[in-house]
Structures are given as structure tokens and as C-alpha cells.
Design a protein around this ligand. Structure first.
Ligand code: ADP
Ligand code: MG
Length: 472
């Protein structure tokens, strides 16, 4: 049993003022593994106060000082990856291939930001004026449970890179992972008040953050629904918001796609992070002329994917993060059937042999049209839709006919053709032919997928404002 009793304010681990508790559950076993004592509005006030106090000095730091802090943070999270992996596996249930990537990425985020700071033009000229890019003030971040380490690291990297103290509320159901990570971040020896972490729920701690007058910027990663509440709350304080939200990414299989290669890539994108990924390629667009062979291959390859114990290195799909998530997925599978979609594989219930744990069956719907709710709404689990198109124009039309615009995927033998199609898609990132993760590419979306970008210079731009000094 691991009970998380402390939050982190002004460089110290302290007992929160809040007294409510939340049980922490291993989603692969449904067993209680601990609990967390949640913060409240008073804790947020103390955290923001600490950030505000740290701001003037942090804002003055040189590039070299920021780079030093970022590299210390990188070093603090690089040692003993097993400790981080174990916490993520036990509390969240991600399969080991994904935890390994995630932990490595947590360190790399700091390194990429150090490089960004080195190359960023904080001092510029415009006309006859001298421009300096200045941090806006305290940065507040609110993050979800589907990649807790990576999100905390990303928000902190941007805070340090821009010279903005951070107050962060990670997802309350990730409290063990947060504690393991923050203990390491503490060891990096940042000045007091530069990092403050308050566990708590969205309606209590999240709401106190978004309404605090001393928060200048809110960086939120999570659902489009919560983002709207947050954005409304940010209006009075004239806070800038950076929002990285949901997605319904299309995966366009071009007519020349080589299915032996393309289908496994499409499935890895669709079922990434057990389907709990805003970037998941959940709408597979297939040329009508090849529909039969594509469906056959999708079925065969999906049924080969091992679902189960996240510690098993062969497992590709772990449990959903919680009972609520599991029930949400079940209801979407029922909805798809009600809407007239046809099950190619999967369906309601648990996979055979997995009676305990929040495991869902990897599910693919065919005969889906783009007006169905299962094709329009973010399901956030291992449920994919196959839609057919006649020609490339129709593929682009369907791909772009979405409320979201976070990510897209294109697969085809002719790389130029695939790239030309990629350039017609409305998405923050378009991944061609299974290109590897690029830790320097800007991240964020169009439409309901959000506002602004993270990573690199684009990420820093969102946290800085220019001051122009005009001289005669
Ligand atoms: P989910 O419902 O799947 O947990 P959310 O988008 O609601 O996804 O959660 C992402 C993060 O946003 C979490 O840290 C959550 O506590 C927080 N959150 C949820 N609702 C609010 C809100 N009204 N105000 C501020 N934060 C919120
Ligand atoms: Mg929610």
C-alpha cells in the first residue's frame, strides 16, 4: 500500500490543507494499491503565492542558467528508470513497450528544451525597437492520466525554458507516479517556488487554479469538454490558454499501400497506449477497391495483438485506466452497433481469459460512415472505425471532415504521393509511413483539438510576450 500524503510547495514536501482522500487502483488487477490525500483551494493559493514570489528572479535568469536547470532535471529523471516504469505499470497499466518509451521521453523533453533555449532569440529587433521576449508570469498546468510523467515533464520544461514558475495539478488518479517523479525533480535543486505540485480533483484544485488572479497562463492537456470549462474560467483574469485536447485522427491507407507493412503500422497508431491516446489513429480510411483485403488483414493482425498483463513484454494492449474508462468504451461499442456499424473483430465485454482488470477487446467497426458518432467522437480506448473512400479527393474530404485536427497518418508506397496527401490534411501533425516520433516537432491541434503548440520555439512562444523599447 502506498499512501501519498504530501504535496510539493516552495521546494518542500508538505501536508496539504485538504483532507479528502481518493483510492488508487491497479487497473490490471482492480486491487487497491494506495490512496492520495487531495489538496484544496487553500493549497492552490499557497502554491501560486510561492510561484509568484519566485517569478522575478526566475524571469531574470540567463540562457545558461535555464539550460543548467533543464539538464539537471534531465539527469534527475534519467537514473533508475525501473522505478518510474514500475509506478507507471502498477498505477496506470500501460504495457512495457509503452512505459519504456514514455520514461525515456520524460528525460528527452528536458534535453530538447535545453537545446531550444540555446537557439531561441529572446532578444530581437523590430523596426527601430529593441525587443525582449519576457515570461508572462506564473504558469499553471493541468494534466491527464494517460501519460503522467511525460506531461509533467513537458509543462515543467516549458516553464523553465520561458522563465515562468509552475503550479501543476496532475491527474489525481496518477498520484503515485506523480510522487515518484516529483521526488526526483526535487533532487534537481531548482530554486524554491519554481515548481509547485498540488494533487486534487478538477472541480476543486483545477477550478482554484483557473480562477487564481496571479496565474498568467494556463497550459492544459485533457478533454475538450474540461478545456471549455477552463477557458471560460480564464476569461476574467485575462489569462492566456494553451490547450492540447482530443483527437479523432484519420489514417489514410493509399491505394498503393503495401498491406503487410501498412496494416501493422495503422494498428500500432490506432491502439497506441491501449487506445488511450489523443493522437490515436482511430479512423482508418481505406480505398473502396481494396476494402475486402484490407479488412481481412486488419482482422488477422488485430487478433494477433496480445492483450493482458502490462508487465509481459509481448503485450501490446493493457487494461483501460479505470472502471469509468472501461464502461465508457463498452457504451461506445454498443453505440456503434446501434448506429449500424458492423463488428469486424472485438465487441463488448472482456477478452477471453481476462476476468479481472479493466481489459477491453480490441474492436474494429466496418461499414462506418463519417456521420456516425463512433466516427466523430473521441472514444479513448481500443476501438477503431474503417471508412471507405473512392479517390484521394474523397479521402481528404473525409479525413478533414472532423471536429478535431490533432494528428493524422498517411500510408502508401509512393512517398511523394503520400507526402502530397499529407499536405492537404488539417492536423497539427501528419505522420507519413510510420515515421518515428520526432521530439522536436510542434505538438497541438486545429479546431476542437486545441489552441497553441508545445515543444521547441513554438512552445516557448506561447509563454512569452515581447516588450519593445523604442528609442529616438
Ligand atoms: P478525464 O475525464 O478522462 O479524466 P479530463 O479532461 O476531465 O479527462 O481530465 C484532465 C485533467 O483535467 C485532470 O487533471 C482533471 O482533474 C482536470 N479537470 C477536469 N475537469 C476540470 C475542471 N472543471 N477544471 C479544471 N481542471 C479539470
Ligand atoms: Mg473529466
Amino acid at each position: 500500500m502506498r499512501n501519498v500524503e504530501q504535496i510539493y510547495i516552495n521546494g518542500e514536501f508538505i501536508e496539504p490543507r485538504g483532507t479528502e482522500r481518493l483510492d488508487l487502483i491497479n487497473p490490471a488487477t482492480e486491487e487497491k494499491i494506495g490512496s492520495v490525500r487531495l489538496g484544496n483551494a487553500e493549497d492552490v493559493a499557497a502554491a501560486v503565492k510561492a510561484g509568484k514570489k519566485a517569478f522575478p528572479e526566475l524571469a531574470q535568469t540567463s540562457k545558461a542558467e535555464r539550460v543548467d536547470m533543464l539538464l539537471s532535471l534531465r539527469d534527475a529523471v534519467t537514473a533508475n528508470p525501473e522505478e518510474l516504469i514500475d509506478a507507471m505499470t502498477e498505477e496506470y497499466g500501460a504495457p512495457s513497450y509503452f512505459t519504456a518509451f514514455s520514461v525515456q521521453n520524460t528525460a528527452s523533453v528536458f534535453e530538447v528544451m535545453a537545446e531550444t533555449v540555446e537557439n531561441y532569440d529572446f532578444d530581437r529587433t523590430a523596426g527601430r525597437s529593441a525587443i525582449r521576449m519576457l515570461p508572462r508570469g506564473v504558469l499553471a498546468a493541468i494534466t491527464p492520466w494517460n501519460s503522467n510523467f511525460g506531461f509533467i515533464a513537458t509543462k515543467l520544461a516549458h516553464a523553465i525554458g520561458s522563465g515562468s514558475p509552475l503550479v501543476i495539478k496532475p491527474a489525481e488518479q496518477s498520484a503515485i507516479q506523480t510522487e515518484v517523479l516529483v521526488k526526483r525533480l526535487h533532487k534537481a535543486g531548482l530554486p524554491a517556488g519554481v515548481l509547485n505540485v498540488v494533487n486534487g480533483t478538477g472541480p476543486v484544485v483545477g477550478a482554484a487554479i483557473t480562477s487564481n488572479p496571479d496565474v498568467a497562463t494556463i497550459s492544459f492537456t485533457g478533454s475538450t469538454q474540461a478545456a471549455k470549462i477552463i477557458q471560460r474560467a480564464a476569461i476574467d483574469g485575462m489569462k492566456r490558454v494553451i490547450l492540447e485536447l482530443g483527437g479523432k485522427a484519420p489514417t489514410v491507407l493509399l491505394p498503393d499501400a503495401e498491406l503487410d507493412k501498412a496494416i501493422p503500422i495503422a494498428l500500432m497508431s490506432g491502439f497506441a497506449n491501449s487506445g488511450q491516446a489523443c493522437v490515436a489513429g482511430t479512423r482508418i480510411l481505406a480505398p473502396r477497391s481494396r476494402m475486402a483485403e484490407i479488412c481481412e488483414k486488419l482482422k488477422i493482425e488485430t487478433e494477433k495483438l496480445r492483450v493482458g498483463d502490462p508487465r509481459d513484454p509481448e503485450v501490446r494492449i493493457g487494461p483501460l485506466a479505470s472502471q469509468a474508462q472501461w464502461e465508457r468504451i463498452q457504451s461506445y461499442i454498443r453505440l456503434g452497433l446501434d448506429e449500424g456499424a458492423v463488428l469486424l473483430t472485438g465487441g463488448e465485454g472482456r477478452p477471453e481469459g481476462l476476468e479481472r482488470g479493466w481489459f477491453a477487446r480490441p474492436t474494429i467497426f466496418t461499414n462506418v460512415t463519417n456521420n456516425m458518432r463512433v466516427a466523430r467522437e473521441e472514444i479513448f480506448g481500443p476501438v477503431l472505425c474503417v471508412l471507405s473512400y473512392e479517390d484521394e479527393n474523397e479521402a481528404v474530404e473525409i479525413a478533414n471532415d472532423s471536429d478535431y485536427g490533432l494528428q493524422a497518418y498517411v500510408l502508401g508506397i509512393d512517398a511523394d504521393r503520400a507526402t502530397r496527401l499529407a499536405e492537404r490534411l488539417i492536423a497539427g501533425r501528419v505522420v507519413v509511413n510510420g515515421a518515428p516520433h520526432d521530439p522536436r516537432a510542434p505538438f497541438g491541434g486545429f479546431k476542437q483539438s486545441g489552441i497553441g503548440r508545445e515543444i521547441g520555439a513554438f512552445g516557448l512562444d506561447g509563454l512569452l510576450e515581447p516588450r519593445a523599447v523604442l528609442t529616438p
